[in-house]
Design a protein around this ligand. Sequence first.
Ligand code: PLP
Length: 396
Amino acid sequence: RYAINLNVRGIQPSATLRINELSNELKAGGRDIIKLGLGQSPFPVPERVTQALRDHANEKDYLPVKGLRGLRESIAGYINRSEKMRFTWEDVLIGPGSKELLFILQLAYYGDLLIPRPSWVSYAPQARIIGRSVHWLPTHAENNWQLTAEELDIICRDDPTRPRILVLNYPCNPTGCSYTDDQLLAISNVARKYGVILLSDEIYGEVHFEGQHKSIARYYPEGTIISTGLSKWAGAGGWRLGCFVFPEELRPLQDAMAIIASETYTATASPIQHAAIAAFDGGEDLDDYLIQSRRVLKLVGEYLHHRLEKMKVWAQKPQGAFYLFPDFSHYQDALARWDIKTSQALCTALLEDTGIAVLPASDFGFVPDKLSARLAFVDFNGGEALELAGGEYADK
Ligand code: PLP
């Protein structure tokens, strides 16, 4: 006799992982599947980083809960170089993926979770598992799906002292959109006014196509936690290494998370932490890897965007990450004749009839539904593409 925790009942396993497994099953059964469902980097892990992993394969000890000091130093240095800030190694917390860190942040913090709609598939289910209330903040396609300072103010002003965390993810999964400096500044001013903690999910920070990615931590240093990791820019999602960088003011929150970590996963795998130092220390070869991978993703994203536009399927031109969030409503009436009225039905039909795997808008917080889907443009040979981008096609 047993019972399942009520908070977990009714939640499906993570949408992205589900679509990946289903695509793999169909592929194994002989179907030709174009896998645009799972947001996994198409590129190999940079050679220097895999070499570091091989070199440390025999590291077998449990590491300190908050992470290896050398890696924490290297991550503080990495953020300081790009953001011109002054973090120290003590501000950094390492975990087995930023997803796990997001989860233990919610366990450690008491308060509401604010999420712009649409947002990555896991923020809301994590909150639901813990029994935390989630508030979706509206954003609009015409506005590049950017949260406005005004929308944040509206939700905070009724109960100004209520503890809250706002998750801001840019470049954004699922829309590929980012923010301008002025927009980040305006949001940070409202967050400061109400004492809202910002979880700045910058896992795609290195995967931006124009100009330079800037963290909102520059404008709200005392209240921003930066989240990043190896998964997206270093192609190492399966290695499971993420990190949070905290301002000194939020050290008690970091300590509370470390208590949870110490009683659950203990620490992140030692060889991976040693290898991650090579990634975060950077170098010319890694700069080059990033330049080429951005070039490839921009080309593929803009090409797909153009092709969709020609079919009257509208999407924002991606500014970063590897996603498009096209709107199929131009075909609403035609689809309805096939009894396709929801984003889930659209994605099921696309997979069954054409072999294209994408994720429905409903997985990104759209209630009521919207006839949109997330398309992860990563189903190509990234190693070959990097060679072409850096080789004979470099100037094309
Ligand atoms: N945040 C966003 C927006 C993501 O898209 C992902 C992965 O898909 C994550 C966080 C989690 O990344 P990881 O746990 O691999 O560090």
